[in-house]
Design a protein around this ligand. Structure first.
Ligand code: KG4
Ligand code: ZN
Length: 398
Protein backbone atom coordinates (compact mmCIF):
# COMPACT_ATOMS: atom_id res chain seq x y z
CA UNK A 1 0.00 0.00 0.00
CA UNK A 2 3.07 2.29 0.19
CA UNK A 3 2.42 3.63 -3.28
CA UNK A 4 -0.49 5.65 -1.90
CA UNK A 5 1.47 7.57 0.73
CA UNK A 6 3.63 9.81 -1.44
CA UNK A 7 0.94 11.76 -3.27
CA UNK A 8 0.13 14.27 -0.50
CA UNK A 9 1.33 17.39 -2.30
CA UNK A 10 -1.71 17.16 -4.57
CA UNK A 11 -5.27 17.73 -3.34
CA UNK A 12 -6.59 14.56 -1.71
CA UNK A 13 -10.07 13.63 -2.89
CA UNK A 14 -11.85 10.98 -0.90
CA UNK A 15 -15.15 9.37 -1.82
CA UNK A 16 -17.27 8.70 1.28
CA UNK A 17 -20.01 6.06 1.27
CA UNK A 18 -22.61 5.80 4.04
CA UNK A 19 -25.36 3.16 4.31
CA UNK A 20 -25.64 2.39 8.04
CA UNK A 21 -29.38 2.98 8.43
CA UNK A 22 -32.05 4.42 6.15
CA UNK A 23 -30.02 6.84 4.04
CA UNK A 24 -27.86 5.89 1.06
CA UNK A 25 -25.25 8.61 0.81
CA UNK A 26 -22.09 9.38 -1.15
CA UNK A 27 -19.86 12.46 -1.15
CA UNK A 28 -16.50 13.65 -2.40
CA UNK A 29 -14.49 15.77 0.01
CA UNK A 30 -11.21 17.42 -0.97
CA UNK A 31 -8.45 17.86 1.61
CA UNK A 32 -11.00 17.24 4.39
CA UNK A 33 -12.33 20.76 3.97
CA UNK A 34 -14.07 21.19 0.61
CA UNK A 35 -17.27 19.28 -0.10
CA UNK A 36 -17.21 18.77 -3.87
CA UNK A 37 -20.47 16.82 -3.79
CA UNK A 38 -22.85 15.28 -1.25
CA UNK A 39 -25.79 13.12 -2.25
CA UNK A 40 -28.28 11.66 0.24
CA UNK A 41 -31.08 9.34 -0.92
CA UNK A 42 -33.55 9.05 1.92
CA UNK A 43 -35.83 6.04 2.36
CA UNK A 44 -38.66 7.88 4.16
CA UNK A 45 -41.27 6.85 1.61
CA UNK A 46 -40.30 3.16 1.94
CA UNK A 47 -40.48 3.00 5.75
CA UNK A 48 -43.23 5.61 6.32
CA UNK A 49 -46.13 3.18 6.13
CA UNK A 50 -44.48 0.94 8.74
CA UNK A 51 -43.88 3.96 11.03
CA UNK A 52 -40.23 2.96 11.47
CA UNK A 53 -37.17 1.53 9.68
CA UNK A 54 -37.63 -2.06 8.46
CA UNK A 55 -34.05 -3.47 8.25
CA UNK A 56 -34.75 -5.87 5.37
CA UNK A 57 -36.33 -3.11 3.29
CA UNK A 58 -33.48 -0.75 4.14
CA UNK A 59 -30.94 -3.22 2.70
CA UNK A 60 -32.98 -3.63 -0.48
CA UNK A 61 -33.25 0.13 -0.92
CA UNK A 62 -29.49 0.52 -0.46
CA UNK A 63 -28.90 -2.11 -3.14
CA UNK A 64 -31.21 -0.17 -5.46
CA UNK A 65 -29.66 3.22 -4.71
CA UNK A 66 -25.96 2.70 -4.12
CA UNK A 67 -24.74 2.71 -7.75
CA UNK A 68 -26.70 5.79 -8.91
CA UNK A 69 -25.98 7.70 -5.69
CA UNK A 70 -22.21 7.18 -5.99
CA UNK A 71 -22.31 7.96 -9.71
CA UNK A 72 -24.18 11.20 -8.98
CA UNK A 73 -21.61 12.17 -6.32
CA UNK A 74 -18.74 11.64 -8.78
CA UNK A 75 -20.52 13.59 -11.53
CA UNK A 76 -21.51 16.45 -9.23
CA UNK A 77 -17.87 16.74 -8.14
CA UNK A 78 -16.94 17.16 -11.84
CA UNK A 79 -14.68 14.11 -11.65
CA UNK A 80 -14.21 10.66 -13.07
CA UNK A 81 -13.73 7.62 -10.81
CA UNK A 82 -10.00 7.45 -11.47
CA UNK A 83 -9.52 10.97 -10.02
CA UNK A 84 -10.29 9.59 -6.55
CA UNK A 85 -7.47 9.05 -4.06
CA UNK A 86 -9.34 6.72 -1.72
CA UNK A 87 -12.72 5.16 -0.97
CA UNK A 88 -13.99 5.59 2.61
CA UNK A 89 -16.93 3.66 3.93
CA UNK A 90 -18.95 3.31 7.14
CA UNK A 91 -18.27 -0.12 8.67
CA UNK A 92 -20.43 0.32 11.80
CA UNK A 93 -22.31 0.77 13.98
CA UNK A 94 -25.67 0.35 12.23
CA UNK A 95 -27.92 -2.24 10.64
CA UNK A 96 -25.74 -5.17 9.55
CA UNK A 97 -27.44 -5.77 6.20
CA UNK A 98 -27.48 -2.07 5.39
CA UNK A 99 -23.79 -1.63 6.26
CA UNK A 100 -22.81 -4.60 4.09
CA UNK A 101 -24.28 -3.01 0.97
CA UNK A 102 -22.12 0.12 1.26
CA UNK A 103 -19.06 -1.86 2.34
CA UNK A 104 -19.31 -4.41 -0.46
CA UNK A 105 -19.74 -1.70 -3.08
CA UNK A 106 -16.83 0.30 -1.62
CA UNK A 107 -14.62 -2.79 -1.77
CA UNK A 108 -15.57 -3.44 -5.39
CA UNK A 109 -14.75 0.15 -6.34
CA UNK A 110 -11.44 0.12 -4.45
CA UNK A 111 -10.49 -3.15 -6.07
CA UNK A 112 -11.45 -2.09 -9.59
CA UNK A 113 -9.82 1.35 -9.31
CA UNK A 114 -6.79 0.09 -7.34
CA UNK A 115 -7.38 2.76 -4.70
CA UNK A 116 -7.06 2.36 -0.93
CA UNK A 117 -10.10 1.47 1.15
CA UNK A 118 -10.64 3.30 4.46
CA UNK A 119 -12.96 1.96 7.17
CA UNK A 120 -14.82 4.66 9.13
CA UNK A 121 -16.80 4.45 12.36
CA UNK A 122 -20.17 6.16 11.84
CA UNK A 123 -20.01 7.88 15.26
CA UNK A 124 -16.54 9.21 14.55
CA UNK A 125 -18.01 10.52 11.29
CA UNK A 126 -20.64 12.47 13.23
CA UNK A 127 -17.89 14.07 15.35
CA UNK A 128 -15.87 14.94 12.23
CA UNK A 129 -18.96 16.69 10.83
CA UNK A 130 -18.39 19.37 13.48
CA UNK A 131 -14.81 19.99 12.31
CA UNK A 132 -15.87 19.89 8.66
CA UNK A 133 -18.46 22.59 9.38
CA UNK A 134 -15.80 24.90 10.85
CA UNK A 135 -13.44 24.27 7.93
CA UNK A 136 -16.22 24.96 5.42
CA UNK A 137 -16.75 28.30 7.15
CA UNK A 138 -13.00 29.04 7.03
CA UNK A 139 -12.90 29.27 10.83
CA UNK A 140 -10.07 28.04 13.04
CA UNK A 141 -10.21 24.53 14.51
CA UNK A 142 -12.17 24.38 17.80
CA UNK A 143 -10.13 24.01 20.95
CA UNK A 144 -9.61 20.56 22.40
CA UNK A 145 -10.32 18.74 24.61
CA UNK A 146 -13.96 18.87 23.60
CA UNK A 147 -17.06 17.29 24.99
CA UNK A 148 -18.92 15.54 22.17
CA UNK A 149 -22.64 14.91 22.50
CA UNK A 150 -23.62 12.43 19.78
CA UNK A 151 -27.41 12.24 19.61
CA UNK A 152 -29.01 10.21 16.86
CA UNK A 153 -31.68 7.61 16.20
CA UNK A 154 -29.41 4.78 17.28
CA UNK A 155 -27.07 6.46 19.78
CA UNK A 156 -26.93 8.93 22.60
CA UNK A 157 -23.54 9.35 24.18
CA UNK A 158 -21.13 11.81 25.69
CA UNK A 159 -17.47 11.46 24.77
CA UNK A 160 -14.33 13.24 25.77
CA UNK A 161 -12.66 14.16 22.47
CA UNK A 162 -8.95 14.71 23.08
CA UNK A 163 -6.25 15.79 20.70
CA UNK A 164 -3.43 13.43 19.92
CA UNK A 165 -0.09 14.70 18.57
CA UNK A 166 -0.67 16.38 15.23
CA UNK A 167 -0.02 14.21 12.26
CA UNK A 168 2.64 15.45 9.87
CA UNK A 169 3.23 13.10 6.98
CA UNK A 170 6.52 13.33 5.11
CA UNK A 171 5.93 15.56 2.11
CA UNK A 172 7.94 16.09 -1.02
CA UNK A 173 7.41 19.83 -0.82
CA UNK A 174 8.11 21.49 2.56
CA UNK A 175 5.91 24.49 1.74
CA UNK A 176 2.94 22.11 2.00
CA UNK A 177 3.60 21.25 5.64
CA UNK A 178 0.99 23.61 7.05
CA UNK A 179 -1.72 22.29 4.81
CA UNK A 180 -1.56 18.94 6.53
CA UNK A 181 -1.76 19.94 10.16
CA UNK A 182 -4.70 17.65 10.59
CA UNK A 183 -5.86 17.20 14.17
CA UNK A 184 -6.00 13.58 15.19
CA UNK A 185 -8.16 12.93 18.21
CA UNK A 186 -9.33 10.07 20.31
CA UNK A 187 -12.73 9.59 21.92
CA UNK A 188 -13.47 8.21 25.35
CA UNK A 189 -17.10 7.56 26.21
CA UNK A 190 -18.08 9.10 29.57
CA UNK A 191 -21.86 8.68 29.38
CA UNK A 192 -24.30 6.70 27.27
CA UNK A 193 -27.95 5.80 27.14
CA UNK A 194 -28.96 2.71 29.05
CA UNK A 195 -32.08 2.12 26.96
CA UNK A 196 -33.47 4.20 24.07
CA UNK A 197 -31.49 6.76 22.11
CA UNK A 198 -32.86 10.33 22.18
CA UNK A 199 -33.82 10.17 18.47
CA UNK A 200 -35.49 6.82 19.08
CA UNK A 201 -37.56 8.42 21.87
CA UNK A 202 -38.66 11.18 19.45
CA UNK A 203 -39.53 8.53 16.84
CA UNK A 204 -41.45 6.31 19.29
CA UNK A 205 -43.42 9.21 20.78
CA UNK A 206 -44.30 10.54 17.30
CA UNK A 207 -45.45 7.05 16.36
CA UNK A 208 -47.59 6.61 19.46
CA UNK A 209 -49.14 10.06 18.86
CA UNK A 210 -50.01 9.01 15.29
CA UNK A 211 -47.56 11.33 13.51
CA UNK A 212 -45.63 8.53 11.81
CA UNK A 213 -41.99 8.35 10.80
CA UNK A 214 -39.51 10.03 11.06
CA UNK A 215 -40.72 11.47 14.33
CA UNK A 216 -37.99 13.90 15.37
CA UNK A 217 -38.59 16.54 12.71
CA UNK A 218 -42.40 16.36 13.09
CA UNK A 219 -42.33 16.84 16.88
CA UNK A 220 -39.80 19.64 16.42
CA UNK A 221 -42.05 21.43 13.90
CA UNK A 222 -45.28 21.27 15.91
CA UNK A 223 -43.81 21.78 19.41
CA UNK A 224 -43.53 25.60 19.19
CA UNK A 225 -47.35 25.66 19.01
CA UNK A 226 -47.79 23.95 22.38
CA UNK A 227 -47.07 24.90 25.98
CA UNK A 228 -43.80 23.25 27.08
CA UNK A 229 -44.82 23.55 30.72
CA UNK A 230 -48.23 21.91 30.36
CA UNK A 231 -47.11 18.37 31.21
CA UNK A 232 -44.53 17.66 33.86
CA UNK A 233 -42.26 14.64 33.44
CA UNK A 234 -40.20 13.22 36.28
CA UNK A 235 -36.48 13.22 35.59
CA UNK A 236 -34.88 9.77 35.46
CA UNK A 237 -32.65 9.08 38.45
CA UNK A 238 -29.44 7.44 37.28
CA UNK A 239 -27.79 5.05 39.69
CA UNK A 240 -24.05 4.71 39.12
CA UNK A 241 -22.75 6.97 36.35
CA UNK A 242 -24.72 10.24 36.58
CA UNK A 243 -23.70 11.07 32.99
CA UNK A 244 -25.66 8.12 31.59
CA UNK A 245 -29.05 8.75 29.97
CA UNK A 246 -32.41 7.01 30.02
CA UNK A 247 -35.30 7.85 27.69
CA UNK A 248 -37.60 4.86 28.02
CA UNK A 249 -39.38 6.30 31.08
CA UNK A 250 -40.52 9.47 29.34
CA UNK A 251 -41.90 7.45 26.43
CA UNK A 252 -44.01 5.41 28.90
CA UNK A 253 -45.11 8.61 30.65
CA UNK A 254 -46.36 9.99 27.30
CA UNK A 255 -48.31 6.77 26.74
CA UNK A 256 -49.89 7.02 30.19
CA UNK A 257 -50.85 10.65 29.55
CA UNK A 258 -52.51 9.65 26.27
CA UNK A 259 -54.53 6.94 28.02
CA UNK A 260 -55.59 9.10 30.95
CA UNK A 261 -56.59 12.09 28.81
CA UNK A 262 -58.67 10.27 26.19
CA UNK A 263 -56.42 11.16 23.28
CA UNK A 264 -56.72 7.76 21.57
CA UNK A 265 -59.57 8.59 19.17
CA UNK A 266 -57.73 11.67 17.90
CA UNK A 267 -54.56 9.59 17.45
CA UNK A 268 -56.31 6.84 15.47
CA UNK A 269 -57.84 9.43 13.14
CA UNK A 270 -54.50 11.21 12.71
CA UNK A 271 -52.64 7.97 12.00
CA UNK A 272 -55.11 7.06 9.25
CA UNK A 273 -54.83 10.55 7.75
CA UNK A 274 -50.98 10.47 7.93
CA UNK A 275 -50.85 7.15 6.06
CA UNK A 276 -52.64 8.87 3.19
CA UNK A 277 -50.63 12.10 3.57
CA UNK A 278 -47.02 11.17 4.39
CA UNK A 279 -45.72 14.46 2.98
CA UNK A 280 -48.12 16.74 4.85
CA UNK A 281 -46.59 20.08 5.85
CA UNK A 282 -46.59 21.84 9.20
CA UNK A 283 -49.91 23.68 8.72
CA UNK A 284 -51.72 20.46 7.88
CA UNK A 285 -50.12 18.66 10.83
CA UNK A 286 -51.27 21.46 13.13
CA UNK A 287 -54.78 21.31 11.70
CA UNK A 288 -54.88 17.61 12.69
CA UNK A 289 -53.63 18.20 16.26
CA UNK A 290 -55.59 19.22 19.33
CA UNK A 291 -54.11 21.82 21.67
CA UNK A 292 -53.70 19.13 24.32
CA UNK A 293 -51.58 17.02 21.95
CA UNK A 294 -49.48 20.03 20.95
CA UNK A 295 -48.90 20.77 24.64
CA UNK A 296 -47.85 17.16 25.19
CA UNK A 297 -45.43 17.28 22.21
CA UNK A 298 -43.98 20.60 23.39
CA UNK A 299 -43.52 19.31 26.96
CA UNK A 300 -41.89 16.11 25.70
CA UNK A 301 -39.43 18.00 23.47
CA UNK A 302 -38.57 20.43 26.27
CA UNK A 303 -37.95 17.61 28.77
CA UNK A 304 -35.65 15.65 26.43
CA UNK A 305 -33.73 18.78 25.43
CA UNK A 306 -33.36 19.90 29.05
CA UNK A 307 -31.99 16.48 29.95
CA UNK A 308 -29.39 16.68 27.15
CA UNK A 309 -28.43 20.24 28.12
CA UNK A 310 -28.03 19.35 31.80
CA UNK A 311 -25.87 16.35 30.96
CA UNK A 312 -23.62 18.55 28.79
CA UNK A 313 -23.29 21.17 31.50
CA UNK A 314 -22.41 18.60 34.18
CA UNK A 315 -19.97 16.72 31.93
CA UNK A 316 -18.25 19.91 30.71
CA UNK A 317 -17.78 21.05 34.30
CA UNK A 318 -16.48 17.68 35.46
CA UNK A 319 -14.04 17.20 32.58
CA UNK A 320 -12.82 20.80 32.22
CA UNK A 321 -13.18 20.84 28.42
CA UNK A 322 -12.59 23.83 26.15
CA UNK A 323 -15.52 23.35 23.77
CA UNK A 324 -18.70 21.37 23.24
CA UNK A 325 -19.62 19.52 20.03
CA UNK A 326 -23.26 18.57 19.39
CA UNK A 327 -23.86 16.25 16.46
CA UNK A 328 -26.08 13.46 15.05
CA UNK A 329 -29.67 13.65 13.77
CA UNK A 330 -31.12 15.11 16.98
CA UNK A 331 -28.60 17.99 16.71
CA UNK A 332 -31.01 19.26 14.03
CA UNK A 333 -33.54 19.96 16.80
CA UNK A 334 -34.34 23.69 16.92
CA UNK A 335 -34.83 23.85 20.70
CA UNK A 336 -31.61 21.94 21.39
CA UNK A 337 -29.70 24.36 19.15
CA UNK A 338 -31.26 27.33 20.90
CA UNK A 339 -30.63 26.02 24.43
CA UNK A 340 -27.09 24.84 23.68
CA UNK A 341 -26.10 27.98 21.77
CA UNK A 342 -25.65 29.67 25.13
CA UNK A 343 -23.06 27.05 26.05
CA UNK A 344 -25.54 25.11 28.18
CA UNK A 345 -24.74 27.61 30.94
CA UNK A 346 -21.07 26.65 30.85
CA UNK A 347 -19.81 29.70 28.97
CA UNK A 348 -17.99 27.40 26.52
CA UNK A 349 -18.19 27.69 22.73
CA UNK A 350 -20.65 25.15 21.29
CA UNK A 351 -20.25 23.79 17.77
CA UNK A 352 -23.01 22.25 15.65
CA UNK A 353 -22.75 21.03 12.06
CA UNK A 354 -25.34 22.56 9.69
CA UNK A 355 -28.57 20.54 9.41
CA UNK A 356 -27.45 18.53 6.35
CA UNK A 357 -24.23 17.54 8.12
CA UNK A 358 -25.98 16.75 11.44
CA UNK A 359 -28.20 14.01 10.05
CA UNK A 360 -26.65 11.04 8.25
CA UNK A 361 -24.50 12.02 5.27
CA UNK A 362 -21.36 10.80 3.53
CA UNK A 363 -19.34 14.04 3.61
CA UNK A 364 -18.65 13.39 7.31
CA UNK A 365 -17.40 9.89 6.42
CA UNK A 366 -15.04 11.24 3.74
CA UNK A 367 -13.81 13.95 6.15
CA UNK A 368 -13.22 11.42 8.94
CA UNK A 369 -11.12 9.35 6.54
CA UNK A 370 -8.52 12.05 5.83
CA UNK A 371 -6.36 11.51 8.96
CA UNK A 372 -6.44 7.78 8.26
CA UNK A 373 -5.44 8.40 4.64
CA UNK A 374 -2.51 10.58 5.71
CA UNK A 375 -1.42 7.89 8.16
CA UNK A 376 -1.79 5.20 5.45
CA UNK A 377 -4.28 3.45 7.72
CA UNK A 378 -6.02 1.42 5.08
CA UNK A 379 -8.45 -1.45 5.49
CA UNK A 380 -7.76 -4.88 4.07
CA UNK A 381 -10.25 -6.47 1.71
CA UNK A 382 -11.21 -8.86 4.50
CA UNK A 383 -12.70 -6.02 6.57
CA UNK A 384 -16.30 -6.69 7.57
CA UNK A 385 -19.20 -4.66 8.92
CA UNK A 386 -19.64 -4.45 12.69
CA UNK A 387 -23.21 -3.58 13.66
CA UNK A 388 -22.22 -2.77 17.24
CA UNK A 389 -18.86 -1.07 16.65
CA UNK A 390 -18.16 1.25 19.60
CA UNK A 391 -16.82 4.79 19.40
CA UNK A 392 -13.06 4.58 19.87
CA UNK A 393 -12.73 1.03 18.53
CA UNK A 394 -11.50 2.08 15.12
CA UNK A 395 -9.31 5.07 15.94
CA UNK A 396 -5.81 5.72 14.68
CA UNK A 397 -3.19 3.69 16.43
CA UNK A 398 -5.62 1.30 18.12
O1 KG4 B 1 -27.91 10.63 12.77
P1 KG4 B 1 -29.19 10.21 12.14
O2 KG4 B 1 -29.56 10.85 10.82
O3 KG4 B 1 -29.25 8.65 11.95
C1 KG4 B 1 -28.72 7.79 12.92
O4 KG4 B 1 -27.47 7.64 12.96
O5 KG4 B 1 -29.54 7.29 13.72
O6 KG4 B 1 -30.35 10.48 13.21
C2 KG4 B 1 -31.69 10.22 12.92
C3 KG4 B 1 -32.51 10.55 14.14
C4 KG4 B 1 -33.96 10.11 14.04
O7 KG4 B 1 -34.32 9.47 15.24
C5 KG4 B 1 -34.72 11.42 13.87
O8 KG4 B 1 -36.03 11.38 14.37
C6 KG4 B 1 -33.84 12.37 14.64
O9 KG4 B 1 -32.52 11.97 14.34
N1 KG4 B 1 -34.05 13.77 14.25
C7 KG4 B 1 -34.54 14.71 15.09
C8 KG4 B 1 -34.67 15.90 14.32
N2 KG4 B 1 -34.24 15.63 13.04
C9 KG4 B 1 -33.87 14.32 13.02
N3 KG4 B 1 -34.90 14.64 16.38
C10 KG4 B 1 -35.36 15.76 16.96
N4 KG4 B 1 -35.51 16.93 16.28
C11 KG4 B 1 -35.19 17.04 14.97
N5 KG4 B 1 -35.34 18.20 14.32
ZN1 ZN C 1 -26.05 8.82 12.34
Amino acid sequence: MAQFADSHDKPVRILGIESSCDETAAAVVEDGRRVLSSIVASQYSTHGKYEGVVPELASREHVRNIVPVVRQAIEQAGMVYTDLDAIAVTVGPGLAGALLVGLTYAKSLALALEKPLIAVNHLEGHIHAVLLEERLGGRPEPEFPALSLVVSGGHTLLALTELRPKLRPKLRDDSQQNRWRVPVFSNRIIGRTRDDAAGEAFDKVAKLLGYGYPGGPVIDHIAPHGNPEAVEFTKPKMKGNALDFSFSGIKTAVLRYVQSHDLEAEIIARRAWRMQNPKAGKEELLAHSSQRTLDLAASFRAAVVEDLVEHCRDAAEREGVNSIFVTGGVAANALLRERMSKGAGSGLPVYFPRLGLSTDNAAMIAAAALPKFLASQFAGFDVSADASLALGDSEAGK
